[in-house]
Design a binder for this molecule. Sequence first.
Ligand code: SF4
Length: 374
Amino acid sequence: MSFFDVLSKYDVDKFKELVDSKTDKDIELALAKQGAHTIDDFAALISERARTHYLDVMVQMSMQLTRKRFGRCINMYLPLYLTNLCSNKCAYCGFSVANKFKRVVLTLEEIEEELQAMNKMGYTNILLVSGENSHKAGMPYFEQVLPLAKNYADYLQMEVQPLETDEYARLKELGLDAVSVYQETYHPEYYKKVHLAGKKADMRFRMETPDRLGQAGIDKVGMGALLGLYDWKVDLVATAMHVLYMRDKYWKTNLSISFPRLRPAQGGFEPHSPVSDAKLLQIICAWRIFDNELDLTISTRESAQFRDLILPVGITALSAGSSTEPGGYAHKGQNLEQWTVNDARPVDEVVKVMEESGFDAVFHNASTTYFKAV
Ligand code: SF4
């Protein structure tokens, strides 16, 4: 039974009621618990009452748990957008097939230029990102790109269209370490409403992707929902259930969680339930208290001020100096970006702030130190 089958047994709209029903006693029990936390604990930690009355305690606890498990090291990664071509019609995304603009698929030469520019910035933890187009950016393309990227990366991640188990196994042989696949929303009707055409409209196939990744033995799986797309309480409880399911069924697989908030993109799309800064701070703490082992990742979607604020609270991986435009590191400004970068500071500025706060920015490859690169 896959997680899709598990979730199908629930009325996910009830998850909001579960969160809203939580009392001070529930929150205090969740905060006091030493062992494994339950979905009820997580619901209590993301409740309104927890934010208004327990946020200071949650922040302190999250900081302590993160330092105890991860020390003061923050893993630095950088996305490489391979293509802005996409066959899907997602109502909230600038790359949607419905939007008319120049589409590009980077050639191997162009990818190599990007990788060289990324190495110069100090990065060897590379996240390959693409729109979803199996015809022009499918397995044959990835089988060419990965061996090239591996020459420049000592940790290689992908965020591309969901693939089959044997395809993930093949990419693992070529050096793939981690895959992120965000569910966007776990609400079946709303999922249908915003995924209008293309393979992504198949909710089951997407939701079963972490299963296939676990079966293929991929080291780390990135999960999460696009916060604000649907009701964030519903999507967070469903994501927490998915995490527990993965922990139980694929105990060798490492997990990371991202919490992207819906940002402006071409085509204009209003979030269903916006997530404020205070809510996101609470959500980060809730994840850390719920599961001490989770990698928690933050991208440049968030503002500089907010990123600096939350860095000590629970974050373990961070991007800086990112471009969401294919070819944007070697030749900036030639193609459409997928979403607007909110923290546009150069990487050296971000690292300086991190070091002033006592954190080590880890770029993985000892021979490529950041300071040599700049
Ligand atoms: S969200 Fe992903 S799949 Fe949907 S249109 Fe954008 S790039 Fe394509």
